[in-house]
Design a protein around this ligand. Sequence first.
Ligand SMILES: Cc1ncc(COP(=O)(O)O)c(C=O)c1O
Length: 452
Amino acid sequence: MRKFVIDQQVEDIEMPENLKLNTFLQEFHSNCTHPACSFGFYGFAFGQSPFPVPEPVKNALIANADKGAYAAVPGIQKLREAISQYNKHNFRFDVDPSRVYVGPGTKELIFNLLEILHGTVILPTPAWLGYLPQIRYLKKNYHMLHVAKNGKITPNELEHLTLRLHDRQKILILNNPNNPTGLVYSQLELEEITDVCRKHNIIVISDEIYALTTYDINKFVSMGKIYPEGTFVTNGLSKSHAAGGYRLGYVIFPQHATDLKQQFKKILATEYTATSTPIQHAAIAGFSDSREMDEYFEITRKIHQIMGEYSYNILNKIEGVKTTKPESTFYLLADFNAYTDDFLANKIMTSQKFSESLIQHPYHTALVGGDSLVLERTDFSARIAFIDYNGAKAMENYVNNTPKTSSDKIEFVKNNAPKIVDGLTMINRYLDDLKQKRISSSQKNKEAVHTR
Ligand SMILES: Cc1ncc(COP(=O)(O)O)c(C=O)c1O
């Protein structure tokens, strides 16, 4: 067989976590021969919206399937205008369409920005698992900024770190609303971060892909509004429009960044020419103001909120478990470190081992452990994605019988998302078993000492 020589730079890259996750689920679950494994697993691991693609988006894609010509590099003008209008309508953020560039997903656009921007990257952790492999691949200098206990970076921590960096430009990756915590920065918090950025020449890539999933939409403020001369805002169809597979994102450039946009255009033209034309037409429908789209966003974010509140309440009732209280997204970050002694006594030394032991029989529960969130390997925190239910059915039931009281909402979860209910119970059972096993093994040890 022919042996291919692979470029050393590629060999050196670690497997990105999203691929690792798939391999891991296959390895630990698909190979399970126990009859109980056939039902699958309680899925708290994947970061994918459960809802159907909005009808106007789907219909526009069908209607434009014949658009075979390449589009302009920065995107179709009508789409750039729709995105500008979308930002004004939803986030009260005025953006000239010439500041909008369209690309095949925000992941790619963030990569392109990191390619063209000089500077040491500041990565707050815990973080979405997508950034680090890109930073490493591009061989950029980077520093982690571990966030304080409340799950958000503070201006003091940012300044403290920045004073140690000697680069003439720094790049802060700010993910707001945040994956994995589900938290949203307030306007005041963004203003305080901006003061530090202005003082120390930090530019910001503000990954706002979850903006429109914010439960109380008035709480979301774009960093692009607060720090217009230094922020690159990224957003797209993947989360709020449940269309990750469409691969469409956009970046809003800072004000007065004309030269930079020219350089960026060069990179886009070199790497992918333009984004798929039919998909851009579908996106025009997704970003244009319409009652149908407004209703879609309103219903889906309310359902995310109901699922989030339920998961938060159940997990925080478990002794020793603390979680963030999500205000957006479909995630929360759960801290299981109070069980560290139990983990260690059961020979579970890392968060990777924790998620491996939880996927196996009899627990069948998938979550993303701390090491995949750019935390220490021994940090027993995990991301819980509350998405394992039939989104289309839940939307229909929500419209037909909108839950109003807290008990209506609990009923709604029980009826529409039984796997979330059972999966959370399973996490509780797993922790109980862990504790029991430790107690019984320490009793056995004591007995062994006595009988000696
Ligand atoms: C924080 C964050 N940013 C970006 C992305 C990727 O977005 P896209 O599908 O637009 O590449 C994800 C997807 O999980 C995410 O969680």
